[in-house]
Design a protein around this ligand. Structure first.
Ligand SMILES: [Zn+2]
Length: 320
């Protein structure tokens, strides 16, 4: 009995099948149909879902995105440092739930009514949407290891990490807070320089940030500047280059004007490796090159050394 019902079912399926299969086509069209079949096999091979793999631009290895994220966006094979967002970087450095962000809602205004292909306001809006940030720097106070520190992290994905009045103001307030609370300061820079949409207001930030840093230094508090790819122009010419300790990520491009501009102006052949972190380490501007995966333990160690005098002074002050 049961076998009869089974055959009935298959028969039923068979009756459905002809309706699904396409009607017979002329010979020419069949050959086309064969070609599309080949195409479909190819696309199946390429069917690796997008956004799962990233090709390393240096060693050309396909890196699994999850592995890349776990390794702080550093290629495990060749140590190439991919760009990393400000929030991801903070997450990699600061102890969980200890980061208190400062001035999170500060936003730029189009004070000069800048006229370009797109208005400055619309540019700001689109970058806010694409990055989830309000401007090119995130500042706050958090714990790195056992050390409470003021931390400012720039993000290149927001208008090329350019420094406008918001970046300058947020960093200045951070430095002032660090001075007031007697905290060490760490600024991780990545920038194309001053933001042209704000003209002179951007350039003013160079002096303003350095002024605040001078007060921080006068209070004998350490400032560690970390230069990441790329740190150039107005940012390099101000707060990024005045750290008590200047660290850099491997192969980061660091400089003021671009190499082509310098070459055209000086009419001189530039030495190999010009404007890289390694080149500047040889010439004494950079104190140490630190791989991103090593950054946290190294910062903890440096802060331990740099703050031990301050801590001893604080305890003796309390005794008095
Ligand atoms: Zn690689």
């Amino acid at each position: 009995m049961s076998t009869t019902t089974f055959t009935r079912k298959t028969l039923g399926l068979e009756t459905v099948e002809p309706a699904v299969t396409p009607p017979p086509a002329p010979a020419r069209e069949t050959s086309f149909a064969k070609k599309t079949k080949l195409g479909s096999v190819k696309s199946r091979k390429r069917d690796i879902p997008e956004g799962l793999w990233t090709k390393c631009p240096k060693c050309e290895t396909l890196v699994f995105d999850k592995e890349l994220d776990a390794n702080l966006k550093v290629c495990a094979k060749c140590q190439h440092h991919f760009p990393i967002g400000a929030r991801e970087r903070i997450h990699s450095l600061v102890e969980t739930c200890t980061f208190e962000e400062m001035d999170a809602d500060m936003v730029s205004v189009d004070i000069l009514k800048f006229k370009g292909v797109a208005s400055y306001t619309s540019k700001l809006e689109s970058y806010k949407k694409s990055t989830g940030l309000k401007d090119a720097v995130v500042t706050g106070i958090g714990h790195i290891g056992e050390h409470r520190a003021a931390l400012g992290v720039m993000d290149f994905s927001f208008l090329g990490g350019s420094m406008g009045s918001v970046v300058g103001e947020k960093l200045t307030r951070l430095v002032e807070k660090a001075t007031e609370k007697e905290l060490p300061l760490i600024i991780i820079s990545t920038s194309g320089g001053a933001r042209m949409y704000e003209g002179m207001f951007s350039l003013m930030q160079m002096a303003k940030t350095c002024g605040a840093l001078a007060y921080h230094a006068r209070a004998k508090l350490p400032y560690i500047s970390v230069l990441t790819h790329p740190t150039t122009a107005g940012v390099m010419a101000s707060y990024a280059s005045v750290g008590d300790l200047i660290l850099a990520e491997p192969k980061a491009m660091i400089g003021f004007a671009g190499p082509r501009v310098i070459k055209d102006t000086t009419q001189a052949e530039l030495p190999p490796g010009f404007q890289t972190a390694e080149f500047l380490l040889d010439r004494g501007l950079v104190d140490s090159i630190v791989c991103r995966t090593e950054m946290k333990p190294r910062l903890i160690s440096y802060l331990g050394h740099m703050m031990c005098g301050k801590r001893a002074q604080q305890t003796s002050d309390r005794r008095v």
